[in-house]
Each structure stands twice: as C-alpha cells, then as structure tokens.
Design a protein around this ligand. Structure first.
Ligand SMILES: Cc1cc2nc3c(=O)[nH]c(=O)nc-3n(C[C@H](O)[C@H](O)[C@H](O)COP(=O)(O)O)c2cc1C
Length: 341
C-alpha cells in the first residue's frame, strides 16, 4: 500500500487535466522518488489506459490517477444560453458556439475501468468525495485515496469517508478551486492557514497544495505538519510538460501579469494568468460547470492551434513567477537539495 514514508522526496506532482501531465512528466517524478500524477478528469478510458500503461512502462515508482467529481447539471434555458454565448461570439465571431447534448461530463464508472485493471498506487479526487463503491473497490485493491479540501469542513467529511489522505488546497493554488459546492461560502484560506487547521483537527495525513515552488516552501509545509506537498505550477515549464510554448513563455515573462480567478472558461472558479479572454469575461454570465467548459472548448482549441495565448486557459498559481525550466529529473533533484540545505 502507498505510504508517504516510502517517497524519497515528499513531493506529489499535481494532476493537471488538459494534456499537461504526460507519461514522461509523471514517470519522471516517480523515478526521482516523488509521486507523479495524471489529470484524467476529461479523458476517455482508452486514453487513461494508454497513459497509465505508458507511464508504468517507464517507472516502478508510484503513480496517481486523478478525477473530478462532477455534479449533475440541468440544461440551461435558451435565454440563459444566448446570454452566455454572446460574449464568446464577440471574441470569436467565426465560431458557431453550441451547447453539447447531455451527458455533460464523462461517466466516472467507465473512466475507472482502466484504473481497476492497471492499479496505480494512488487515486485522487477533486470537487468532492467519490461514491462509496469507489472507496471500497480502491481499498480492496490496496489503492490509496486522496481528496482535495479547501476548508476544514470538507476535510472532516473526507476523513469520515475513509480516505487515506487530504490534499489541503489553499487560495494560492493554480487551476480549479476544489470546493465541494460551487456556490458555497468560501473563506479563501491560504495554504498554510488551512494546513495549520487541518493538522490540528484531522488524523489522516495532510498534503499542502498552493504556491509551493521550491525546497524552502516544502520545508515550511513539512514543519507545519504536512506529510507531503502537491506542486502543479512548478512543473509546468519542464520540457516534459504538455503546456503550450506560449503558455510557458507567459509563465516565465520578465514582467509577469497577475494571476486571477475566472469562471469564464469552465463555469467554476479557477486561477490562471490574466489574458484577453479573462478580461473580456470579467463579470459576464457563464453556464454551469462543466457546460461552459465544453462551450469554450472550440475557442481554446483554435487558440492552441494558432499559438494565441490570449484565448487559452493559462492555469497557474499565485507564485508562478518562480517557475523554472529544468527537466523534470533536474527539478526534483534541485527540490531535494534545497529541502535538505
Ligand atoms: C494547469 C493546472 C491544472 C490543474 N488541474 C487539476 C486537475 O485536473 N485535478 C486536480 O485535482 N487539481 C488540478 N490542479 C490543481 C492542483 O492539484 C494543485 O491544487 C495546484 O497546482 C497547487 O498549486 P500550485 O499550482 O501553486 O502548485 C491544477 C493546477 C494547475 C496549475
């Protein structure tokens, strides 16, 4: 069974859905003594199977497969759809934006089939607790389960559900904020404030996520009682990451833009680098997650094809200006040296 004590460096490379977590990145982290993670939230089973198999062929280290817990959404009415499409049309008049037919998100049961078959060491979830049958099946197969919490109430529910560890996601974190309910009140706790509360109140291991970029940050998290850290943004500029060149360029810019929260891309709050899209969508109505995500898909894909960073989602944590361009193995070595010094 997976144990943090068996990692030679207490680093989880964060799952990052959307093609960033390649088998080379994930296996590179695991081979260096950390835990490499795949972001499989939107992936079909054949891709999940392929990526897990490819990474397993490259490493004997532990691998994490990560999924979203999607909540049921109803088809919005025509007026709401029209209001949501209007600002997108202003940005891209040539695209014929249309709402997909339900189901609006992948079926978790089908997505998990390759997981049960290939048995990565760890399974993590974002946006909520998986159904009980998933927890039981994972336990029966000795797969450890971790779930994101953004507040103490969510952490206590995760512990109660029988998870093996909690990922404490602070407000500094890049990507989607993992709150269980989209509209619930949010105290926007910093990573270290949340971690502090969590280690006092929970008995299962806590993993600190958000704004952790170097060995000094890792040391601080461990001193506060974390069993490990989960770092996303720090890995984006590795050559093994699937982030686009223009995304990497903005992460490394000498005069960095701010990182901000937007609902514009997906319908849920997520932190990324400000661009023309996020400015245009500020205060605009969006459709519920993940319908908005599918709606903006064509625009984001067109932007990726034309290398236009202004219409891509550039998820990044608040400390992205500290990102480094090392190869994944070198980054892991640097983190270890910084942590030990
Ligand atoms: C590009 C990107 C994509 C992300 N996608 C996911 C995801 O698919 N699943 C998930 O649990 N977390 C995801 N996250 C959030 C990370 O798990 C983690 O909370 C975050 O990266 C920590 O903050 P940092 O980026 O400052 O290191 C993503 C983060 C980034 C930067």
């Amino acid at each position: 069974m997976f144990s943090f004590a068996n990692l030679s460096i207490p680093v989880i490379q964060a799952p990052m859905a959307g093609g960033i977590t390649t088998p080379a990145l994930v296996s590179g982290v695991s081979n260096a003594g950390g835990l490499g993670s795949f972001g499989f939230a939107y992936s079909p089973p054949n891709v999940i199977h392929h990526d897990l198999r490819s990474a397993q062929a490259l490493t004997r280290g532990p691998i994490n497969a990560n999924f979203f817990i999607f909540q049921n959404v109803l088809m919005p009415d025509l007026k709401t759809i029209k209001i949501a499409i209007e600002p997108l049309h202003e940005l891209a008049p040539d695209i014929d934006f249309s709402i997909p037919a339900p189901p609006f998100f992948p079926d978790l049961e089908t997505q998990l089939e390759p997981v049960w078959q290939l048995r990565p060491a760890v399974l993590t979830f974002h946006f909520g607790i998986p159904p009980d049958w998933v927890m039981q099946r994972a336990r029966a197969l000795s797969i450890a389960i971790g779930i994101t919490a953004t507040c103490i109430e969510e952490a206590l529910r995760i512990e109660q559900a029988g998870a093996n560890f909690i990922v404490a996601q602070g407000i500094e974190a890049g990507g989607h904020r993992g709150t269980f309910e989209v509209e619930s009140p949010d105290d926007r706790l910093s990573t270290f404030d949340l971690l502090h509360q969590l280690v006092k109140r929970c008995t299962i291991p806590a993993v600190a996520a958000g704004g952790i970029m170097d060995g000094r940050d890792i040391r601080k998290a461990l001193d506060l009682g974390a069993s490990a850290v989960q770092m996303g943004t720090a890995f984006l500029c590795c050559p093994e990451s699937g982030a686009s060149c223009e995304y990497k360029t903005l992460l490394l810019a000498k005069n960095p833009r701010p990182s901000i929260f937007t609902k514009g891309f997906s319908g849920r709050l997520a932190r990324g680098i400000e661009n023309a899209f996020t400015r245009h969508m500020d205060c605009k109505s969006t459709l519920p997650f993940p319908i908005q995500n599918t709606l903006t898909g064509q625009l984001r894909q067109a932007a990726a094809r034309s290398h236009n960073a202004e219409h891509q989602s550039l998820w990044a944590g608040s400390a992205f200006y500290k990102a480094r361009t090392f190869k994944v193995g070198e980054l892991m070595k640097a983190l270890q040296i910084e942590l030990e010094s």
